[in-house]
Write a protein that binds this ligand. Structure first.
Ligand code: IFM
Length: 444
């Protein structure tokens, strides 16, 4: 069994995250994460929780079989920190670690390359009780966790992703309080942001020092933004949006600093920056992962406090999340960040759409998703043809799962999951993706 060669060929995969699919929330020594606590408090739209979710923890072999049937080159998944370090730090939980080893072994047997995300939002509750991301000690906690996971998976994994979408877990979890841990306010937001950047770079440096052949990346959520009208006011609004949603967690890492010029409110972060931190948050990643779903049209609006822009709704088709469908965004983001000289390689680490899917006679005819994927993959390949070094696309998601504060209603999967029976049904989009991938393989 060997790790598939990370050569320059374009890879197609799919992505998931631990809390959204694993279930087994308290099995085999796992402790509670902030999402267990948050959902158990009834904070989710449909009052659900992911105690069972897709029960992937107990059904991972079946799921890897499905991935093989879909012809996937790669699978991106995340580690549940409280499953492997129930106290957040200290003694590792061998049973939890063993689960990820077995998952990787199954993937490698099928020649599916594992891309491991270290943090996709399920912080151990015990660390949140000490302040979570607002406590600067998280740099040490996260570093320790990184070493434990590297030691556990070093023979099985070459591709590491440090964080998933800092914007989302920090803005929604620490500024607006609509995601776990449900905290609010600028103070929490800026502290958590800066500490996440420091912890991210520290973790990446540890991986690099432990394994010079590891490929180390991180992911960001991005939304291409366009001015509503062709005037300076709206262009400025678009720059502000871009600074906040897209560049806030990229620019400081590549040495450009927090984009305070474009969005003055970001200056508040200075209070939490200690001497030498500007170097401490930098890391020369091997690759950046872009997660993107939609685009925005914005207009200057002084009434909206501190942001100074307003989003405009368009008459575009929408997904079940209400997100407008506009495939030019994925192309334009790749062009924008692919032109950063500091960025070596890009992947689309998430892209996909939720629709109200139904199983009919054992099939799910999700033409709308096929159309969405087709358009978006096309736009990615166009950016590649335009000279951008983008080398992979991961569909979100392998299977329907727990969509955070929205609960189980939105279905993003290539595979339908019946949450009562846990039966998996490959959707038409899954078959389409399989055929699309094999078509490309036969051509190359
Ligand atoms: O389900 C999420 C995922 O966890 C992070 N990126 C966006 C997806 C869809 O909302």
């Amino acid at each position: 069994m060997s790790i598939p060669d990370p050569s320059k060929k374009f890879i197609f995969g799919s992505a998931t995250s631990s809390y959204q699919i694993e279930g087994a929330w308290n099995e085999d020594g796992k402790s509670a994460s902030i999402w267990d606590t948050f959902s158990h408090k009834g904070k989710i739209k449909d009052k659900s929780n992911a105690d069972i979710a897709c029960d992937h923890y107990n059904r991972f072999q079946e799921d890897v079989e499905i991935m093989a049937q879909l012809n996937l080159d790669a699978y991106r998944f995340s580690i549940a920190w409280p499953r492997v370090l129930p106290l957040g730090t200290g003694k590792p939980n061998e049973k939890g670690i063993d689960f990820y080893k077995r998952l990787c072994d199954n993937l490698l047997e099928k020649s599916i390359r594992p891309f491991v995300t270290l943090y996709h939002w399920d912080l151990p509750q015990i660390l949140e009780d000490k302040g979570g991301w607002t406590n600067r000690d998280i740099i040490e906690w996260f570093s320790e966790y990184t070493s434990v996971m590297h030691n556990a998976l070093k023979d099985r994994v070459k591709d590491w992703i440090i964080l998933n979408e800092p914007f989302v877990f920090i803005v929604l979890g620490y500024l607006l309080g609509v995601h776990a841990p449900g905290r609010r306010g600028f103070k929490n937001f800026f502290r958590a942001s800066h500490h996440a950047m420091l912890a991210q770079a520290a973790s990446a440096r540890i991986l690099r020092s432990l394994d010079s052949t590891a490929r180390i990346g991180t992911t960001v959520s991005c939304t291409a933004t366009y001015p509503a009208r062709d005037n300076e006011k709206d262009r400025q609004a678009a720059r502000r949006f871009d600074a906040f949603y897209n560049r806030f967690y990229i620019d400081p890492v590549v040495g450009r600093g927090y984009p305070m010029q474009d969005l003055p409110v970001l200056k508040k972060i200075k209070k939490y920056i200690m001497p030498d931190d500007d170097k401490g948050i930098q890391f020369d990643f091997d690759f950046w992962g872009i997660n993107t779903y939609s685009t925005k049209l914005v207009k200057r609006n002084r009434v909206v406090p501190w942001l100074g822009y307003r989003e405009l709704k368009r008459k575009l088709p929408r997904t079940a999340m209400g997100w407008e469908i506009d495939a030019r965004g994925i192309h334009d983001l790749l062009m924008q960040f692919g032109k950063y000289p500091e960025i070596k390689e890009l992947y689309i680490t998430e892209n996909g759409a939720a629709f109200d899917d139904r199983v009919e006679d054992g099939r799910v005819h999700d033409m709308n998703r096929i159309h969405y994927l087709n358009q978006h993959i096309d736009a990615v390949l166009k950016a590649r043809a335009n000279g951008i070094n983008v080398n992979g696309y991961f569909a979100w998601s392998l299977m329907d799962n727990f969509e955070w504060a929205e609960g189980f209603r939105p279905r993003f999967g290539l595979v339908h999951v019946d949450y009562k029976t846990l039966q998996r049904t490959i959707k038409d989009s899954g078959y389409w993706y399989r055929d699309f991938i094999s078509g490309l393989k036969t051509k190359s």
